[in-house]
Design a protein around this ligand. Structure first.
Ligand SMILES: [Ca+2]
Length: 272
């Protein structure tokens, strides 16, 4: 029995909205009933009547079913009646208190990869597991790793294949939809560029600036002062003096006011 929507009903008191009866234990071999891909919801309370979501009264595989809004007086999945054949309860999403999600009463039950029960290989339900818990969209927002039961449950409620790491509940997590944003790689710290060491500019040897001095006026000066006058003007060379009898200089070989090298200029003065 599969792909049914079963709101608010029950076979009878002690039965389920989906009911596997076991009339007098008459099965000669495991009937292996299959209950998959159903939505069972909105089972209300009726005083004096027991109503389950799914009741497995004999051998059955119950998987990829969704159950919610089952009145808190009732168990969502109930395994009871004769302990004849195993009840395989895999990959159901049971939105109910964990102690009422999948309940076994004296049968050989194998319960794994269900969301709902707080038992080994199952997980109690949390609203944060789902795309929209409030509106009963129980598709997963992330992987919810379970056991690999693909030999029995190869696909999920939507028909998507169970991957190599099957997820708990009726839905395999499918990462289509909104892609996980690729984290922006951190901006690499730039390798500091080596500051080139400046090539030292060679300090030019100073070109000796020829120092010039101004030729002084010797005319009318005493001949014996010629060297002093020359030196006072800044020249370092020796004045050539030609004197006859006169005491006063009447001739100089370079006119006064001429600019000339202080260190190399040779001047001749004479008196008559
Ligand atoms: Ca998976």
């Amino acid at each position: 029995m599969y792909n049914n929507l079963t709101p608010g009903s029950s076979y009878s008191s002690g039965g389920g909205a989906i009911e596997i009866n076991n009339p007098s234990g008459n099965y000669g071999s495991n009937p292996n009933h299959i209950i998959r891909g159903n939505i069972i919801r909105d089972i209300g309370f009726t005083s004096g009547i027991t109503k389950y979501g799914i009741r497995a009264g004999t051998g059955a595989k119950v998987y990829n079913n969704i159950l919610y809004n089952i009145n808190s007086n009732y168990n969502a999945v109930q395994c009871n009646d004769a302990n004849d054949y195993p009840r395989i309860i895999y990959h159901n999403t049971v939105d109910a208190a964990s102690n009422r999600a999948v309940v076994n009463s004296g049968t050989t039950m194998d319960s794994k990869n269900n969301i709902g029960p707080a038992t080994l290989n199952n997980l109690p339900i949390l609203p944060s597991m789902f795309l929209n818990y409030a509106s009963h969209n129980y598709r997963l927002v992330a992987n919810l790793l379970g056991l690999d039961l693909r030999s029995i449950v190869p696909t999920d409620f939507d028909g998507n294949p169970r991957d190599a790491t099957p997820d708990l509940g009726a839905f395999e997590y499918v990462a289509s939809g909104t892609p996980t944003p690729t984290p922006t790689p951190p901006t690499p710290t730039p390798t500091p560029t080596a500051t080139p060491r400046p090539t030292p500019t060679p300090i030019p040897s100073p070109t000796p600036t020829p120092t010039n001095c101004i030729i002084p006026n010797f005319l009318g000066q005493r001949i014996n002062r010629a060297q002093t006058i020359w030196r006072n003007a800044g020249f370092t060379t020796q004045v050539i003096v030609r004197s006859r009898r006169g005491q006063r200089i009447s001739f100089q070989s370079i006119p006064a006011g001429t600019s000339a090298s202080c260190n190399t200029t040779i001047i001749t003065v004479s008196a008559r």
